[in-house]
Structure formats: C-alpha cells, structure tokens
Design a protein. Sequence first.
Length: 85
Amino acid sequence: MPPTTSPTIEVNGYALRVIRVLTGIDAGNFSAAVGVDRSYLNKLENGQKCRVSPSVFDALCRALSLKDRRALMADPHGSVEEGAA
C-alpha cells in the first residue's frame, strides 16, 4: 500500500502578496488573522514555500475575503498532476 500523505494546496505567492497589498492589509495583521508566523507568510509570498494545508488555505482566503479561491491557487484550472490519472 502506498504511503498516505496529507493533501496540500499549491499557492501562487505573487498573487497572494498582490491581493493582500491591494486590500490594504499589512503583513503583520494578515499573518495574525491567518494564524501563521510573519516569516511563514513572507516565505509564501516570496515563493520559498508554496504548498499549504487546506486549513491554512481556507484561512488565507477568509482573511482576504476572497469569493473565488482560485485566485490564490498556483494552478487554478487543476491540471492533472504527475501520477494522477
């Protein structure tokens, strides 16, 4: 049986930063609203970390009041990943 892995969501860090800045939320308040360290948010926005848990993804979307969650996804159209078919 293959090992089980937790599902993660790949985030577009550039889009995350642009949307956050355009909504007028500073990084400190945003990271607190999401429930992550500011350094973690910085890594996401700079592309040093790109995969997040579903709960963090939900918190990001809620904190930005996003109606369309695909705005933060690295692959919003959900192309088939390697090995999945």
